[in-house]
Design a protein. Structure first.
Length: 350
């Protein structure tokens, strides 16, 4: 759980556990290109047939209940249930679960079996409509995901770290603190520190830890494409904290393509990222979501993400940089296009 880095840290931990020989289930949210990315066992995504079968079972179960008891589960809840079902069917020794909103009311909190470790990546202003509105409120809710007596790891700072320490003391949980992101470091650095600390607490051998840290990035998290002599960076920086981290690593005068789901957070993140941009293009992260709300005098508006990317490539000079950022939903919509335009496999930015 945390504001940023949950998916990457979960992926690295699962990779390390698998390398150590344990059959490992991994639940991620959201997906970038295909829904099946959300649920995997030992790196193999759930099959479309298994998804269809599970959904049919859920529908049948709901229809068998009296109308008054047919409360429709949330999409996240159904997907988590699918993951747990797949892990049980595969006899997985480990389950690594990425939280949604995070906190005591998150659907993942219903998993109360043999919980071995809780990871809080960091805390910043996110999901303010549901667990905010203040940073203290967000931090308190996320820290409440700690379990009594279960070790926890965090890279939180400030209010987030203070709350994590207080809740850990209250619950008798040993809290391991890793160094937060330093100026000039890529965001992956702190994610690697968190994953390494988590794996060592789980008694994973060092060779498996090192194997995990060498794994490539997840789709949409700091991917780089080379297209016609121009560079494209695809990153799911969707909140001001992630925007600041990303902006600190970027050269000046890039072309920015941005799309976000949340109006308030989207505007705040866009303000951070557009400062160093020579051109700003706003597009829709999801169909019908966000582009008009983020329009402005300096911002070109393209509702269609593919058209926005092509416009950005036209504007970028030879050797120039196009940054596509915002929601991971936007990353999912443009990644197939970038992949088709590129002539080499995306790689992590150095």
């Amino acid at each position: 759980m945390g504001t940023n880095g949950k998916g990457t840290v979960s992926h690295l931990i699962a990779t390390g556990l698998q390398a150590a020989g344990g059959r490992t289930g991994l639940f991620l949210s959201p997906h970038v290109v295909k829904f099946e990315e959300r649920v995997s066992v030992n790196g193999a995504p759930v099959s479309p047939a298994a998804v269809t079968s599970f959904v049919a079972r859920v529908r049948s179960l709901l229809e068998s209940r009296p109308p008054a008891e047919r409360e429709r589960p949330a999409f996240f809840e159904i997907t988590l249930a699918l993951a747990l079902s797949e892990f049980a069917n595969a006899d997985a020794a480990w389950a690594v679960l990425e939280a949604g909103v995070g906190g005591a009311t998150d659907a993942t909190a219903a998993v109360t079996g043999d919980v071995r470790l809780v990871v809080l990546t960091n805390v910043d202003l996110d999901h303010v409509n549901t667990i905010g509105p203040t940073l203290g409120d967000v931090a308190a809710e996320k820290a409440r995901a700690f379990a009594p007596g279960v070790p926890a790891v965090t890279a939180a700072t400030g209010t987030g770290l203070e709350m994590a320490r207080a809740v850990a003391r209250e619950l008798g949980s040993e809290l391991t603190e890793v160094a937060p992101l330093e100026p000039g470091e890529p965001r992956r650095a702190v994610n690697e520190r968190l994953a390494a600390a988590a794996l060592r607490l789980l008694d994973v051998p060092q060779y498996a830890v090192e194997h995990a840290l060498r794994s490539p990035p997840l789709p949409g998290r700091g991917e780089r494409f080379e297209i016609g002599g121009k560079h494209v960076l695809l990153d799911g920086a969707h909140d001001p904290a992630a925007g600041r981290y990303l902006a600190a690593r970027l050269p000046a005068d890039y072309v920015l393509v941005f799309g976000a789901l949340g109006r308030k957070q989207g505007e705040a993140t866009l303000r951070v990222l557009e400062k160093g941009a020579a051109h700003v293009i706003v597009t829709e992260a999801a169909e019908g979501e966000g582009a008009v709300h983020l329009a402005g005098e300096r911002r070109e508006l393209f509702r269609d993400p593919a058209s926005a990317v092509r416009r950005a490539l036209d504007l970028a000079p030879p050797g120039g940089l196009v940054v596509v950022a915002g929601s991971l939903y936007l990353a999912g919509r443009v990644r197939p296009l970038l992949d088709s335009l590129a002539h080499e496999t995306p790689s992590l930015i150095p």
